[in-house]
Unconditional design. Sequence first.
Length: 406
Amino acid sequence: MKVLYVCHRFPFPPRRGGKIRPFNMIRHLSQRHELTVASIVRSELEASEGAGLARHCARIEAGRVEAPIQLLRMLARLPTLTPSSMGFFYSSELAARIGALLSRERFDLIFVHCSSVAQYVANVQGIPKILDFGDMDSQKWLEYARYKPFPLSLGYRLEAAKLARAERQLARRFDMCTATTRAEWQTLEGYGTGVASDWFPNGVDSDYFSPGDVAYDSDTIAFVGRMDYYPNQECMIEFCASTLPKVQANRPGLKLLIVGADPTAAVQQLGKLPGVTVTGSVPDVRPYLRRSALLVAPLNIARGTQNKILEAMASGVPVVASRQAAGGVDARNQEHLLVASTPEEYSAAILRIVGDPGERARLSRAGRDRMLSNHAWDKSMQRLDGIIERCRSSFHEAPTRRVAPA
């Protein structure tokens, strides 16, 4: 089967959330199908690092974009009904490349990851099409609006409304729509588009993220995530202000590692607090995870699956997470991880793990076992295979089909 796969971030190397899911789909699908991957590239460095994707697909079509141009495209959409984020992910070069491909070749399936790039193939007819929303972006922007000051909050609410409208419209132009979690799928189903939909979870490489041989430090906890990402910044600033002092009052030697690339000035300032280390970019997060008694994920803004949680649990590192962050993981509170909502609850959960080696060992085993059983990529990809088969079968069994444009 010839597949055109369109995604919003160049999916190699798979070091961040927006690249991990598409990369694993590409790697899986290319084992049985001829895959053409189309995406935008933002820099020479990204293009050069991304060359490794060639090992996992038959062909790559990339459109180069520049930050100033993308900003102008976003601004140009502000007075329109089109979401500004779709301007950010638009490339006239990539649009031309995709158009040329579709005019000269016949594809058996078009698969799109992320609604922001569905615009490239939304009007294509005569070919079965799947749109993997991943996370429902409109809901994430609504969450942003709650934490941004006025009048920025109005802008985020406007973008959320535009995205919700676009998500409904785009869903109707595809033959199957998918999401990352059951909760995201329920949001999608709530649109009432009448289009078939399903969900398949993110997985984790449990061979790469596995328990180490080095003993952990019972006085070290960690947070892992890109620190140029607003939800990560917001939760760490709040955590250091409200929760960390409570924990350190009971355990004065406790240390916090904030591990992640491109920390902002505000995040770097956290490194001046007692016991806090802001690492910036690191070549490998695993040594930081394995030396920690636990991973804390106190995100207030969280949609879909937090890969940081999957990676910690697969590494045998217990997790203390917010309800929002834990909601995207197929795991149960108290059994596989601990869930908290207030500084008092976070403090109690952290102290419970760092102060009780037996409890830490129990959560370590239970968390990893849950990843092996419920968040393995091979099982997730089996679900994807079934979704693709259902989509193609229903497309070809329909009494009348749309005709592809010349």
